[in-house]
Design a binder for this molecule. Structure first.
Ligand code: KG4
Ligand code: ZN
Length: 352
């Protein structure tokens, strides 16, 4: 079975061809970073227009790289939520159109389910190990940060254990980078600077939620950095900037790792999976692997290309539904929110 995946939920136009076992035949990602960078964040209207310009050539390249034509594909999968409405509509309309023209089934996929199943992708020439079910997934991206218990690779098999009460982890990286004049997106540049910094130089207090809670709060960490800059002025040189980035990143990673371990313990699960753009962070990858090794837990840390936004993960999430004969053709709706039930609402703390 071959599935064409299409992803346009935010600032990456992506298409990929994946087989039923998660083998990646092609994976094309066109980044819009240059379009949004001057504004310090994603501008929704510009995102939609850029997706419109690039979606068709990106899809053509994904088919070409895989050495197949649309007629060879068994079905399509497209991100339909969560994301920017206008951006999502571009991908969904294209997928529906291709499905209609080629007479192939198409399914709508939740982007977060894509991040969760990304650990199952196998890429030619890239060593990766596949997790066994059940596992605890930490999905940390620019728009979402939550812990999930995953019993199967479909929507019904995924349960949120706790999420962020305020900023997503990637959002905190992006906001701190903006504050320090480091540009957008913030994660990769902070990651790079932190490498040469001393994480003990700046005291960043731990966030409020109780130690055993599975909810995150990152806005306080971001505010600590802002207060430090207010009080001491912007870092005078690269060394001071690196120390501040290292201190911020150490606190972020510490919280993410500790809560994930608490979740695994509580669920009595021994496999932990990382996903989402923040899972590309060097220190998070190392710290999670190290913390798991100490506790005889297994950490599955996918290659960078499977952590950041891509369409291969969307195609493989689609495989799970298409293989069962499901078809959403003609009735895929887009939504800014995830379809995964939440236990934590942003800004509202724990419900119920
Ligand atoms: O999953 P993703 O590619 O897109 C969303 O679904 O949001 O995640 C993008 C986020 C951005 O906030 C970016 O700053 C962050 O992931 N990110 C990182 C790193 N690479 C990307 N954060 C920390 N360290 C990194 N190396
Ligand atoms: Zn994402």
């Amino acid at each position: 079975m071959l599935v064409l995946g299409i992803e346009t939920s935010c600032d990456e136009t992506a298409a990929a061809v994946v087989d039923e076992r998660g083998g990646v035949l092609s994976d094309v990602v066109h980044s819009q970073i240059a379009v949004h960078a001057p504004y310090g964040g994603v501008v929704p209207e510009l995102a939609s227009r850029d997706h419109l310009r690039n979606a068709e050539p990106v899809i053509a390249r994904a088919l070409g790289d895989a050495g197949v034509r649309l007629a060879d594909i068994d079905g399509l999968a497209v991100t339909c939520r969560p994301g920017l409405t206008g951006a999502l509509l571009v991908g969904v309309q294209l997928a529906e159109g291709l499905s209609w023209a080629a007479g192939k089934p198409v399914v709508g996929v939740d982007h977060l389910v894509g991040h969760i199943v990304a650990a199952f992708l196998s890429r030619p020439g890239v060593a990766s190990s596949v997790p066994e079910l059940p596992f605890v997934a930490l999905i940390a991206s620019g728009g979402h940060t939550a812990l999930y218990r995953v019993d199967s690779l479909e929507l019904a098999g995924v349960r949120e254990l706790g999420g962020t009460r305020d900023d997503a982890a990637g959002e905190a990286f992006d906001k701190v980078a903006k504050l320090l004049g480091l540009g957008y997106p913030g994660g990769p540049v902070i990651d790079r600077l932190a490498k040469n910094g001393d994480p003990s130089r700046v005291a960043i207090p731990a966030p409020m939620p109780e130690r055993d809670s599975l909810e995150f709060s990152f806005s306080g960490i971001k505010t600590s950095v802002a207060r430090f800059v207010e009080k001491n002025g912007a870092p005078a040189d690269v060394a001071a900037l690196s120390d501040l980035c290292a201190s911020f990143q150490r606190r972020m990673v510490d919280v993410l790792v500790k809560k994930t371990i608490v979740a695994a313990r509580r669920e009595r699960i021994s496999t932990i999976v990382l996903g989402g753009g923040v899972a590309a962070n060097r220190e998070l990858r190392e710290a999670m692997s190290h913390a798991c090794a100490l506790r005889e837990l297994r950490a599955v840390v996918p290659p960078l290309s499977s952590c950041t936004d891509n369409a291969a993960m969307i195609a493989f999430a689609g495989v799970q539904r298409l293989a069962k004969g499901e078809n959403d053709a003609g009735r895929i709706e887009v939504s800014p929110t995830t379809s995964l039930p939440r236990v934590t609402r942003k800004g509202r703390g724990r419900r119920g």
